[in-house]
Write a protein that binds this ligand. Structure first.
Ligand code: FES
Length: 119
């Protein structure tokens, strides 16, 4: 399992029942602070959540991106201009210095939850 050390105050936001996430089909999630996350489950069962807004086009489309793999790193490609981002770190693997925010994800009681910064 992936363990995440929480360094900021966060609250877990219930997103959907675990069984409703289709592998490699992203879901857009509106977080309490108004930010949007793109939630994915890969075929190996791992969960990832990154920012939904494509930093290149400014469009909230990352949840519709194509999930893939680059050298063992799980990735999502923007459906707009096809830049590839790591699902683990959010870092853009095509253009240096660009990235997506990354959110911690967990499954609890049959539901998927995303950690949101509490305000
Ligand atoms: S190994 Fe724990 S979530 Fe993938």
């Amino acid at each position: 399992m992936t363990t995440t050390t929480l360094t900021h105050e966060r609250s877990w936001v219930g997103v959907c029942p675990s069984g409703s996430l289709i592998p490699e089909r992203g879901v857009a999630v509106l977080l309490p602070d108004g930010a949007q996350a793109a939630l994915f489950r890969t075929f190996d069962g791992c969960l990832y959540a990154v920012g939904n807004v494509d930093p290149f086009s400014g469009a909230a489309v990352m949840s519709r991106g194509i999930v893939g793999d680059r050298g063992g790193e799980p990735t999502v490609a923007s459906p707009m201009l096809k830049q590839v981002f790591s699902l683990r770190s959010g870092v853009c693997l095509d253009v240096e210095g660009v990235g997506l925010p990354v959110y911690a994800v967990r499954e609890r009681g049959g539901r998927v939850e995303i950690a949101a910064e509490s305000t």
